[in-house]
Write a protein that binds this ligand. Sequence first.
Ligand SMILES: N[C@@H](CCC(=O)N[C@@H](CS)C(=O)NCC(=O)O)C(=O)O
Length: 201
Amino acid sequence: MKLYGSVTSPFVRRVRFLCLELGHQFELVDTQTEAGQALLREKNPIWKVPCAEIDGMLLWDSHTILEYLSQKYAGHPRLLRQAQGQDYWRERNLVTAADAAVESAINVFYLTRDGADVAQIAYLQKQQARVASILSWLKKELRGVYFTAEEKLGLSELALFCNLDWMRFRAMYPVDEDPVLRQYLGFHGKHPSLAATRPPG
Ligand SMILES: N[C@@H](CCC(=O)N[C@@H](CS)C(=O)NCC(=O)O)C(=O)O
């Protein structure tokens, strides 16, 4: 599989995580280089990572790629936890919330990098407030360091971990000042496939 992406992206990290867990070989095409970015734009009209070339197909969006891998490796013991019934819908909400938080934080990151002053832009302040609102809700949903009584990683825990670790890496939210989030990152950060996919630096 060719995986177009960067080693800093929280969305790419979850795909890299599952590939490591499943022993699925991939070649990372670094889209932070000019050549890699040009290739990404040839392959993916959305120009976002991750994008994968796999089994003769082009797939984009981490959710689609993860679902494809989960179907391909159906029954593999190291797949993510699968929820059923109401738990399935709860899991979907948790993932949507975790992703909305990092998307808002990414917005603030890119715009401030381009010179925007958060203090002058109400929409950026709203983005920051949204991150805080979501994280406060997600914390209430946690049962310790998992969202469920079953202590197995699901997409909700994986997404929250990668997203929080990105916020810490880019200093977009004071994750370490929150004891619950710090404990969450400390616990899951010891997982070998999460440790192996840590952003550089
Ligand atoms: N819903 C997408 C989100 C992907 C996404 O936002 N990727 C970011 C990198 S972290 C990106 O490529 N941003 C480039 C841009 O916005 O120009 C997924 O789950 O893959």
